[in-house]
Design a protein around this ligand. Structure first.
Ligand SMILES: Cc1cc2nc3c(=O)[nH]c(=O)nc-3n(C[C@H](O)[C@H](O)[C@H](O)COP(=O)(O)OP(=O)(O)OC[C@H]3O[C@@H](n4cnc5c(N)ncnc54)[C@H](O)[C@@H]3O)c2cc1C
Length: 473
């Protein structure tokens, strides 16, 4: 009998286990694969180091604290926040304006587009209306919300590529409230987004958080990783869990007992195994969780099955410096749809973090597919590389040199999409879970997909689990 069984050794499961173990709880983490990290997939061969899943993180205090606690303080690397981000628009790479003066001079928006964005931001916004909205139960898509507030140009040229970069999503399907809650809340607070931001800041209680000298100080806009790649984080957490991580253990069944515990059945290399736990946290993706919960909580299972996860391919290509037409100084480039380019975006990985290639090489990490192009999953690896290489020739390459292909990783179900109806699905899930005290979900389909969101959510869930364990002694 253990306190808490955690299923899945991605960043969610491991940071949850770390938090519970700090609280002196007895945990076991079980993982289907033969390695920890889940989506985090760092690889290295012959002097190249690359990522096939997440490529960096926004350094949130919770994530930084976790990294420090597991001994990675000196391994942290931060990309220079002054490096520009580019959008490919009408055959040119144009820098994304990162502040108001840059927005005024930006070539990415026309004068009309800038004026429209400014008047909208200042609160001259029509209320949401129309038959389409009524059909959507009064909820706006991301495209509708940003078009209404900031105009079509901002929605198409800035928001849509950003959504491709974060969710590999489609602005016409994602729910503004679910995917951009912090921004839609600004609109709810005041007249426009600017007034909302000012009012919200004023209303926020002024608490001065004591600065922890042990936590590295970072600046907004910085992106983080570790010298040996993102994989260093799950590995460091797992190594501190004192043998409480079981690899190649696939959860096949879960059932409650009359003693308010759960019996979990696993398929393992040593045969089937059973574990009894007072509480269980599933950090598995939506479809896996849906299947496991089907016999116990059919309504929860149904809501989970409705969360779409489109396919995305991560294509990591190395080119000699001579092939790249321009000195790569930037985070990378995103590509709005209808520009004649199939790739969603390219991260200029070797510019972002030093020391990831042998001298004379550049790594370009490309993402292709997503909600607007699910057919990517029908191509074979060679065809996917060719699509990306052809796009790079148009955007970045000066010479048609064939790349060194470091990886083509097709994520068949990549990132959960917070589409219209997502909030209602989450409410149905939460209502259903009330019937099973001690059973929790902690996955990226809940309230944020970034690594930082996963760590913050895991810490909150750990506190809830601990409280439950204390109350149910
Ligand atoms: C291609 C891609 C690029 C991304 N880029 C970024 C980025 O740059 N920055 C960022 O912040 N975020 C990024 N994200 C999002 C982020 O990586 C994820 O949200 C996060 O890693 C999810 O972690 P998790 O632990 O919740 O889930 P996972 O990492 O999916 O972990 C779940 C674990 O459960 C295991 N499992 C499944 N079924 C079972 C079972 N039956 N029994 C036992 N174990 C099971 C799986 O093997 C897996 O290890 C990206 C995601 C993808 C896919």
């Amino acid at each position: 009998m253990i306190d808490t069984l955690i299923v899945g050794a991605g960043i969610s499961g491991l940071s949850l286990a770390h938090a519970l173990q700090k609280d002196a709880r007895q945990v076991l983490v079980t993982e289907r694969q033969g390695r920890v990290g889940g989506n985090i997939t760092t690889n290295r061969v012959a002097g190249f180091l690359w990522e096939e899943g997440p490529t960096s993180f926004s350094p949130s205090p919770a994530l930084l604290r976790l990294a420090v606690e597991v001994g990675l303080k000196d391994e942290l690397v931060l990309a220079d926040r002054r490096l520009p981000r580019y959008v490919y628009w009408k055959g040119q790479l144009l820098p994304v304006p990162m502040n108001p003066p840059a927005a005024v001079t930006s070539q990415l928006l026309s004068w009309r587009g800038k004026l429209r964005a400014l008047t909208g931001a200042l609160g001259f916004v029509s209320p949401p209306s129309g038959s389409e909205l009524a059909q959507q139960g009064g909820k706006e898509t991301v495209a509708q919300f940003f078009r209404r507030h900031l105009g079509t140009e901002v929605a198409e040229r800035l928001v849509a590529p950003f959504v491709s970069g974060v969710y590999a999503g489609d602005v016409h399907q994602l729910s503004a409230d679910a995917a951009f809650r912090r921004i839609t809340q600004l609109a709810d607070v005041g007249g426009g987004l600017v007034a909302g931001a000012i009012l919200q800041r004023r209303q926020k209680p002024k608490t001065v958080e004591a600065q922890d000298a042990n936590i590295p100080q970072t600046k907004p806009g910085e992106l983080g990783s570790f010298r040996e790649g993102l994989g260093a984080l799950p590995e460091a957490i797992a190594s501190r869990l004192d043998g409480a991580v079981k690899l190649n253990w696939t959860l096949t069944q879960l059932r409650p007992t009359e003693q308010q515990t759960y019996i979990a059945e696993f398929s393992t290399p040593e045969g089937d195994r059973q574990i009894e736990a007072r509480s269980v946290v599933l950090t598995t993706p939506g479809d896996v969780t849906a299947k496991l919960l089907q016999p116990l909580l059919p309504t929860v299972s149904q809501a989970l099955q409705a969360i779409p996860y489109p396919p995305v391919a991560c294509v990591v290509l190395a080119y000699p410096d001579s092939a790249v037409g321009r000195p790569l100084q930037g985070f990378g480039n995103l590509i709005p749809r209808h520009q004649g380019i199939r790739t969603l975006g390219t991260i200029w990985s070797s510019t972002l973090f030093e020391g990831r290639t042998p001298p004379g090489w550049q790594i370009l990490t490309n993402f292709i597919g997503g909600a607007t192009d699910p057919k990517i999953a029908e191509l074979d690896q060679e065809q996917i590389v060719q699509e990306v290489h052809n796009d790079l020739r148009q955007i970045l390459l000066a010479q048609d040199v064939q790349p060194k292909v470091l990886a083509v990783h097709l994520w068949k179900r990549a990132i959960p999409q917070y589409t219209l109806g997502h909030q209602e699905r989450l409410e149905a899930i939460n209502r259903g879970l009330e019937q099973m005290p001690g059973l929790y979900l902690c996955s990226n389909f809940i309230d944020g997909v970034s690594l930082g969101d996963c760590v913050t959510r895991a810490q909150k869930r750990a506190a809830e689990v601990s409280k439950y364990l204390q109350a149910s002694v």
